[in-house]
Design a protein around this ligand. Sequence first.
Ligand code: SF4
Ligand code: SF4
Ligand code: FES
Length: 235
Amino acid sequence: MRKLIDVARQSPIPGSKPYHQTFAYETEDETATVATALRELNASPELLDADGNVADPINWECSCLQKKCGACAMVIEGVPRAACDTKLADFKGSTVHLEPLRKFPVVTDLVVDRSAIFDRLRELEVWLEEDVELPRRRNAIAYEASRCLQCGCCLEVCPNFSTDGPFAGMATMVPLARLLAEASGDEKRALAQVHRNAVVAGCGKSLACRAICPAGIDIANLMSRSNAAALWHRW
Ligand code: SF4
Ligand code: SF4
Ligand code: FES
């Protein structure tokens, strides 16, 4: 398989202009992912672009390479995805375009600053103070929510989310759904209030985020369960 990998590049130097650079990548491995290509290109003794010019290593982030950490989230062929879970062979065209997530500040190349996600969880106090005993019937919902990678792909496609807006988006709703399943008493009431103010009030219910989650989390189901808890006080 031979692909051209077109990368949106951005130097970390303030004021520098973004540009695109294309790299030729060849492999016998039909299961090679975008992450495989980026790792192998960067491992070249001298990285050359498709025109034969010497290029700087491509900056991107990864950790687990098993769709467990969310670090490698980027826009691939116009859709936010996990690079380690996106096979090059799935794209019919000869060129695969890579861009950083655009909802977050670009640090360099494909690396973005997603601290807004974690700042929002801190600001809204999305945590439990006490140990809890999870009712058995809520195990499934808590487990589903615990699989969130905090990758930001759902925020990338959401028309209502911005890092400086009041709507927290699904990257907050999903961990909140887990805590709503686990909490009781005053803690549950406080979390329900957060859900009403930071999630329900801003979500347009377009469900653009529904099929985008790399972890395959059933966002619509978690949203309806959390709405039941936070608005109607029942599961
Ligand atoms: S349903 Fe629509 S508005 Fe709500 S979080 Fe998903 S994409 Fe955003
Ligand atoms: S809900 Fe899915 S898409 Fe959104 S942050 Fe969590 S893992 Fe990523
Ligand atoms: S490197 Fe962890 S999800 Fe891709």
